[in-house]
Design a protein around this ligand. Structure first.
Ligand code: ADP
Ligand code: MG
Ligand code: ZN
Length: 472
């Protein structure tokens, strides 16, 4: 029998507000253990939480950017469980009135992965295992999170990956999180079940907790899918449980039986008031949202005439797209700029990591300056390319490689004169060309380029050379 994968994702995204969700401690990653803490975020009795308004605003931004409706009346609830990373023995989260609901993210295929809800909550501390001992670091305790929960709409590990990549990019564009999976500011819980192809009913699901890399997430999903299929084929039954993925062996193992909502004894958080949001506030946030990745891709293709592939490779990295937006200021044809980014600049970036951090020695202003020289035909593309490579290597500006004199454009008469000189001084090349060796033309064009230091347009040069030869 053929089986189909069914999956829904619960993604935690750490918000990059300056302070924590219920106190004024710092949220930055790292730092000496237990130094970003206060009586509130380590849960001492007698303290009272106060909701950080910025957290609500960030969560609404995230909701609007993923096509959600915003609940104008919302509230916080206690989720009770005992674990050493949670000193209060409850997490303040949201249960039945999350801030956002009913959104979606659209995949390239056009398919929509529906988002059931986005709620806000506090992060727990971190357990550190060292030499047989377990330590706890509460710096992360009380850092604001949003949890984005999809409907079980995902049908393959590729769809899951694309969904997470799109979500990550949207969150980065609106600036609510850096979404670094390796640092834990974005983590996914993956729910998985299988069912016979064509069946409408859902199978029993397992949940793999805390995936912090897309590669491992994909591998874990494939493994778990096959494990469940094999189990069912052999007459067994999938147990609803919570799993952990073991990176070294590529397998999953049981952490605990799956808890249900009633196990958490959810109840309204009595120390916090209802969250009322005005619809005008929501509209103001909507207006203030920056341009989203899909809108940028559309603009690059339709308005700038950039190919879909190139538009996507630029928009995929927020740093690069922002750099591009700056570098095209005052440029008529932005394609000149995108070609340099995808050609010369990308050739110096060796992997995804380097593209993401985009730590290059050339500023957007400097690239802009170079592109303007090309656009005004002061230098040709070939010279601009080699100059850009030198700029990338040294961090120096255009003026260090191309002098004022070099930039003086060459008049048509002057060009014709140099072309005549090229023909006069290379009789053999002319003879070769006339006897049918097309390639010989390159020698003549090369001569002109050398004479003009690459300032002239190659096509125009070729035309002038051919005219000259015709008139011999
Ligand atoms: P809980 O609150 O118990 O975790 P939810 O109904 O909120 O349960 O679902 C959590 C996640 O599990 C959601 O992303 C949902 O899409 C997904 N999910 C629910 N049922 C299934 C299923 N049968 N197979 C795969 N994923 C599922
Ligand atoms: Mg869950
Ligand atoms: Zn604190």
């Amino acid at each position: 029998m053929k089986y189909e994968l069914v999956s829904g994702l619960e993604t935690h995204v750490e918000l990059s507000t300056k302070t924590k969700i219920f106190c004024s401690c710092r949220t930055d990653f790292g730092g000496e253990p237990n130094t970003h803490c206060c009586p509130i975020c380590i849960g001492l009795p007698g303290t009272l939480p106060k909701l950080n308004k910025e957290v609500v605003r960030y969560a609404i931004m995230a909701g609007l950017a993923t096509n959600c409706e915003i609940n104008l009346i919302s509230k916080m609830d206690r989720k009770n469980y005992v674990y050493p990373d949670l000193p209060k023995a409850y997490q303040i989260s949201q249960y039945d009135l999350p801030l956002c609901k009913n959104g979606y993210i659209q995949l390239d295929s056009g398919k929509k992965i529906r988002i059931a809800r986005i709620h806000i909550e506090e992060d727990a501390g971190k357990l550190v295992h060292k030499g047989g001992d377990v330590y706890v670091d509460y710096n992360r305790g009380g850092v604001p999170l949003i949890e984005i929960v999809t409907q079980p709409d995902i049908r393959s590990s590729e769809e899951a990956r694309e969904y997470v990549e799109k979500l990550q990019l949207i969150m980065r564009y609106i600036g609510v999180s850096d979404c670094k999976m390796q640092e834990g500011s974005m983590r996914c819980d993956v729910n998985i079940s299988v069912r016979p192809e064509g069946s409408e009913e859902f199978g029993t699901r397992t949940e793999i907790k805390n995936m912090n890399s897309l590669t491992f997430m994909t591998k874990a999903m494939e493994y778990e899918k096959n494990r469940q299929i094999e189990l069912i084929e052999n007459g067994g039954k999938v147990e609803q449980e919570t799993l952990r993925y073991i990176e070294s062996s590529g397998t999953t193992e049981s952490m605990r039986g799956k808890e249900d909502a009633h196990d958490y004894r959810y109840f309204r958080e009595p120390d916090l008031v209802t969250i009322h949001t005005l619809s005008e506030e929501v509209e103001n946030i909507r207006k203030s949202l920056p341009e989203l990745p899909t809108a940028r891709i559309k603009k690059y293709i339709e308005k700038f005439g950039i190919s879909e592939k190139d538009a996507e490779s630029i928009v995929k990295y927020k740093n690069i797209s922002d750099f591009f937006e700056k570098a095209i200021q005052g440029i008529e044809n932005p394609k000149i700029v995108s070609n340099f980014i995808i050609g010369q600049i990308f050739s110096t970036l060796n992997n995804e990591q380097e593209k993401e951090s985009f730590d290059i020695k050339v500023s957007a202003e400097s690239l802009n300056e170079l592109c303007k020289l090309v656009e005004s035909k002061k230098i040709n593309v070939g010279l601009a390319k080699s100059t850009l490579l030198k700029m990338l290597e040294t961090g120096k500006n255009v003026s260090n490689f191309i002098s004022q004199e070099d930039m003086q454009s060459i008049s048509e008469e002057k060009l014709l004169e140099i072309c005549k000189k090229a023909v006069d001084s290379n009789p053999n090349a002319v003879k070769d060309y006339l006897s049918g060796k097309e390639k010989a033309l390159k020698v003549l064009i090369g001569f002109v380029m050398k004479e003009t230091k690459g300032k002239v347009d190659a096509l125009n040069t070729q035309k002038n050379i051919l005219d000259t030869i015709k008139n011999i």
